[in-house]
Design a protein around this ligand. Structure first.
Ligand code: GTP
Ligand code: MG
Length: 505
């Protein structure tokens, strides 16, 4: 608010102006000037510029003389990100790192001491164990603003992605990442490294798992929790149903694969940009799958397996088996909200790949959507104890998978039950043989023994040209099994129920 013609009066009107300033938060500054005498003209331009570049209103509430609540929340997020060891105090090392990142220069020891002395003077609990507490950090910013050094606080806020209304900008949260059809998104080494450091920072009791409180803390810099309770059914947990380190990384892998925008957004909330220029270094786009096929080689680390079958055949239990959960252990976890996904690392030869399984219920073949068929490997599931269940697999195979280049495995669930004769015209074994498929695999959720089934699926997905995976191979049935045993050391006959089944006349 500018008072003009100040040369015409002896009396200042600033008192009235300050009243208006307190009443209307939009008024940043009051200044009286005169174009005739040039009094305060340069000041007026200075304050006008400052009001645009470093406005007070979003930061400071003049009526309470405190930081606004949005400003406090933003500074608290910044504090949490900078507190690398999560001890609630910014040590000299952490403060220096903060200073370097925000102002491109370290603080000399003397200045560090000065900062702490000032904070100590204005805030009793501002300095703890020779470091700045959150209270102290907030006080420091309040002091900057009270002394007219808004630009210091604004530089910090802008470095952490805030716009003039203290919202994180779209550019900060959602960098563009183009993904061509046939390509997928995966975390890079840098992405995993950042997320693993974050895990270690928040796993306070170092038990390799995140308790609900630790998980809440980990996401305290985000507006919402990115994962619902169904995460507990999707990834590995410990006996207390807490997410393990493996489960945590697997869930991030799933988020990146299925919803890259959310992964990019949450990486920003969590402070990835404090260390890196863009979230794009945390996520890579894989080569188009059709090129992988031609080159017979892939660099991908995440493979999607669709588990398709009619109602009640045991798909959910088969998916949970990937996490090592038997029927009994699932009963004890009956409070879990269900998830149509599971994900876990699986060894493919000497390297670890992620197998991401998705359950697809389909009462009739016709109800399958084109998207239900887009995967790296498919399982058609029937119930070994239900004579009507194989029919769905056979018709689905004929309608959707015959002649396609998606590797496919037939899986018979509830394998510990009496195996009944399927009412379909040919037996599942004959059907598979006739179509050049590997013989049906048997799975029982009663047994807690680890099965090689998941390894086989991951291998089929990663190496669609292996004898195990190709549905178009002209090799005979036994040759496929032998090829599999030799090439990848996964012996079909190994599985107990399979043995019983195969030895039956
Ligand atoms: N005996 C036995 N029962 C099983 C096995 N696997 C699943 N079941 C039972 O079969 C029923 C259905 O299992 P789910 O895994 O929920 O089957 P689903 O195919 O996911 O079912 P929907 O999602 O409803 O289509 C449950 O009552 C399970 O307890 C198994 O290996 N052995
Ligand atoms: Mg289910």
């Amino acid at each position: 608010m500018v008072g003009t013609k100040a040369d015409l009066t002896e009396e200042s009107t600033l008192d009235t102006a300050v009243e208006a300033m307190n009443k209307y938060i939009e008024v940043e500054t009051c200044v009286e000037c005169s174009a005739r005498t040039m009094k305060n003209i340069s000041e007026m331009f200075y304050y006008a510029q400052k009001a645009v570049l470093h406005p007070t209103a979003p930061l400071f509430d003049a009526s309470t003389k405190e930081l606004t609540s949005v400003c406090k929340a933003a500074i608290e997020r910044i504090f949490t990100i900078c507190d690398a060891d999560n001890d609630g105090i910014l040590s000299d090392f952490e403060l220096n790192n903060f200073q370097k990142k925000c102002f491109n220069a370290p603080l000399v020891a003397e200045s560090l001491q000065d900062v702490k002395d000032v904070v100590r003077k204005y805030c009793t609990n501002g300095v703890v164990n020779n470091g700045l507490s959150l209270e102290g950090f907030l006080t420091l910013h309040l002091l900057f603003i009270q002394r007219g050094r808004h630009e210091t606080t604004w530089t910090v806020l802008r470095k952490f992605g805030y716009d003039d209304s203290l919202q994180l900008t779209k550019d900060y949260l959602y960098p563009r990442l183009h993904v061509e059809p046939g390509c997928t998104t995966e975390l890079t080494h840098l992405g995993y490294q950042f997320l693993q450091t974050l895990f270690e920072k928040h796993d306070k009791d170092k038990d390799g798992c995140l308790s609900p409180t630790e998980l809440q803390q980990l996401f305290s810099t985000c507006p919402f929790l990115p994962w619902g309770d169904d995460v507990l059914s999707t990834v590995q947990t410990n006996k207390q149903n807490w997410i393990t380190n493996t489960g945590y990384l697997a869930q991030w892998t799933l988020t990146t694969y299925l919803d890259k925008e959310r992964a990019l957004e949450y990486l920003a909330y969590l402070g990835y940009l404090f260390e890196h220029d863009t979230q794009r270094t945390a996520i890579c786009v894989t080569r188009e799958k059709s090129i992988d096929r031609v080159k017979k080689q892939t660099n991908r680390n995440v493979f999607l397996c669709h588990v398709i079958g009619p109602k009640g055949v045991g798909k959910t239990h088969f998916l949970q088996g990937l996490l090592g959960r038997s029927m009994a252990s699932l009963k004890s976890k009956n409070t879990f909200p269900s998830s149509s996904y599971t994900i876990n690392p699986v060894k493919v030869y000497a390297t670890e790949k992620y197998l991401l399984m998705r359950e697809i219920d389909a009462e009739i073949t016709e109800l399958l959507n084109p998207g239900d068929l887009e995967c790296d490997v498919a399982c058609l599931v029937y119930d070994a104890s239900n004579p009507e269940s194989f029919k769905f697999c056979a018709t689905t195979y004929d309608k959707h998978f015959k002649g396609s280049n998606i590797p496919l495995l037939m899986v018979a669930c509830k394998a510990e039950q009496t195996h009944v004769k399927q009412s379909y015209g040919v037996t599942p074994e004959e059907f598979c043989k006739a179509n050049g498929l590997a013989p049906p695999q048997f799975y029982s959720a009663v047994d807690t023994n680890p099965t090689n089934l998941y390894t086989s699926l991951a291998i089929m997905a990663a190496h669609p040209h292996s004898p195990l995976a190709s549905s178009e191979v002209s090799m005979g049935w036994m040759k496929i099994a032998a090829g599999l045993a030799l090439a990848i050391g996964v012996i079909f006959g190994l599985y107990r129920y399979n043995k019983v089944r195969l030895s039956q006349p």
